[in-house]
Design a protein around this ligand. Structure first.
Ligand code: BJW
Length: 237
């Protein structure tokens, strides 16, 4: 039953917009300034690693700017996780660490984490030692060059088995700040519906998949997310 059953929350770039990070597909988004084919595919990295590293190095430095802080939406989800009586799996498409900084215990980063690096030789994942260009060696094996620990188009998102199992068992699925353009995340609502879950979209505007949700609440994440979490927690009383 929805009132106190397991919850899966999916977040996208929109939840971090009011923290000062850009989304991808809005008019002022990242894909308006750079082409996906140039920076976010394995082929781009093979063709021009310096360009791809520079793109992620700049975004990593941007994330570490002291002005970039979690907002009320990130904090509300940490509160939901702490106070909800059943499991809450927070799945984020975001590579930033704002959920962790807001107090979420273990958000699952299905598209990776920009503050981590992956060795091209031994595949070990380690904290990114600042910029990855011009190319520090892997701190584990000492051999391999490092790449950003992110998921590019054509690569398999992380921990899909765990996500699908949670969607299969959830009573409520909440999608926040994502445009619904990118699969497999855009298809999670279908899996949740098949499991009999209530599905809710919280976004600035109707997403591409809005019609597939049972309900939608539209407005800035810092407003609609805390209000929705308050409502859920009040329903427990
Ligand atoms: C606010 C707000 C505020 C703003 N408050 N809201 C055809 C059909 C189906 C699938 C495919 C297909 N062709 C290809 C595919 C697969 C492909 C795909 O989906 N392509 C589509 C473009 C069609 N997917 C993949 O390749 C994925 N892998 C995969 O499928 O593996 C399987 C496989 C592998 C190999 C062989 C065979 C199968 C991988 C996808 C990786 C995506 N990577 C990126 C980059 C990550 C690193 C980085 O950050 O640079 O992930 S792309 C980018 O998009 C990033 C995001 O996580 C992702 C989603 O973006 P998001 O979060 O939705 O952001 P926006 O900007 O789109 O939306 C923001 C929303 O917020 C908007 O709605 C705003 O209105 C809202 N908003 N302000 C609330 N204040």
């Amino acid at each position: 039953m929805v009132e106190s059953g397991p919850i899966v929350v999916l977040t996208g770039a929109g939840i971090s917009r009011e923290s000062g990070l850009h989304t991808f597909r809005d008019a002022d988004g990242i894909w308006a300034t750079v082409r996906i084919e140039d920076v976010a595919t394995p082929e781009a990295f093979a063709r021009d690693p310096a360009r791809v590293q520079a793109f992620y190095d700049a975004r990593r430095r941007g994330l570490l700017d002291p002005a970039i802080q979690p907002n009320a939406a990130h904090r509300a989800l940490a509160r939901l996780e702490a106070e909800w009586p059943a499991p809450v799996l927070l799945v984020t498409q975001n590579i930033d660490d704002l959920h962790e900084r807001a107090g979420s215990r273990a958000p699952l980063h299905m598209h990776g984490e920009i503050l981590k690096a992956r060795c091209l030789a031994c595949r070990a994942v380690s904290p990114a030692p600042g910029d990855l260009a011009p190319g520090p060696a892997c701190p584990g094996c000492g051999r391999g060059p490092l790449r950003p620990h992110v998921v590019w188009f054509g690569e398999m998102p992380l921990e899909m088995d765990r996500i699908e199992a949670a969607l299969d068992a959830c009573a409520l699925f909440v999608s926040i700040g994502t445009s619904g353009n990118v699969y497999p995340a855009a298809g999670f609502v279908e899996l949740a519906l098949a499991a009999g879950a209530r599905t809710v979209e919280l976004n600035l505007e109707r997403s591409l998949g809005a019609a597939r949700f049972d309900e939608g609440r539209y407005g800035p994440a810092s407003v609609v997310v805390p209000a929705f979490v308050d409502e859920l927690l009040a329903g427990l009383e």
